[in-house]
Design a protein around this ligand. Structure first.
Ligand SMILES: Cc1cc2nc3c(=O)[nH]c(=O)nc-3n(C[C@H](O)[C@H](O)[C@H](O)COP(=O)(O)O)c2cc1C
Length: 248
């Protein structure tokens, strides 16, 4: 076992060594399909009532589908705000007895430590220059952080997945590992990734509510994308990306 005090070495060893696996045989393998185990004792199984889509949440869950054909047309800034606020915004801000701010957000977070930062790469948002912005949660604004990223460069970062060029926004989730690992040790790495999943699901469901398509993207070049965003990947690194836009 690694020493208790060394929370970062193991997660970083894994994270920095898990660049995309460009194994075409694995991608093309026709036998790589989900396996469903047969019901053990049918007589003992409890059948569930038929699925219903009659609640707003069930309808949104049914509407969510990965979208890989986006139409380039303007998206209002109000839609971007709704997406970001529902994903990782503030529900309430309180001043705690210890003088620190307590922030309630729309997702659970291990220890309430909120290790993620959200950036948005925008394309054709009404009144907003195309660029990469930090989502400033407390001040509720988009802060331009890097030079605009051209479409070809984006496609390259995302393993030539060209459909992402036409998404109105790509929300890039990065994690400041130490925020969670200093409390939970190496196990905190799991929590960071689980939290990113919560944020992504909120984005996908909000997109569905707005009539937009979404695509969760794990296929991106870590080193290239982190470096384009000016991140020191030993401290903060991209863990997930979500493309959102008008369905073509
Ligand atoms: C962690 C994760 C990473 C993914 N990465 C990609 C990706 O890089 N490119 C892509 O086209 N789809 C990606 N997907 C989308 C899946 O292919 C898709 O969700 C799956 O085929 C099920 O289809 P559905 O989302 O329409 O229900 C990813 C999904 C998840 C959960």
């Amino acid at each position: 076992m690694l020493p208790y005090e060394d929370a970062l070495s193991l997660p970083l060893l894994y994270h920095l060594n898990s660049e995309p696996w460009l194994n075409q045989d694995a991608y093309a393998d026709p036998t790589a399909v989900p396996e469903f185990a047969p019901v053990g004792q049918p007589s003992e199984a409890v059948p569930l009532p038929p699925r219903t889509d009659d609640s707003p949440l069930s309808a949104l869950l049914a509407a969510r589908r990965s979208c890989r054909t986006y139409a380039r047309k303007p998206l209002p800034l109000t839609a971007v705000a709704r997406l970001l606020d529902n994903a990782y915004g503030t529900i309430a801000v309180t001043l705690r007895d210890n003088g620190l701010l307590g922030i309630t957000r729309p997702i659970p977070s291990a220890g309430g430590l909120y290790p993620l930062n959200l950036r948005v790469l925008t394309r054709d948002i009404t009144g907003v220059p195309d660029a990469v912005y930090d989502y400033n949660v407390l001040h509720r604004c988009l802060e331009p952080k890097t030079l605009p990223v051209d479409a070809g460069e984006v496609t390259d970062h995302f393993l030539a997945q060209q459909f992402l060029e036409h998404a109105s926004v790509i929300v890039i989730l990065s994690a400041v590992f130490a925020r969670t690992l200093k409390k939970y040790g190496a196990r905190g790495y799991r929590y960071v990734l689980l939290e990113a999943g919560h944020v992504a699901q909120n984005l996908c469901l909000t997109a569905a509510e707005l009539g937009l398509g979404s695509l969760c993207v794990g296929g991106y070049r870590d080193r290239a994308l982190n470096s384009a965003l000016g991140l020191d990947e030993r401290r903060e690194a991209v863990v997930y990306c979500i493309g959102i836009g008008h369905v073509a």
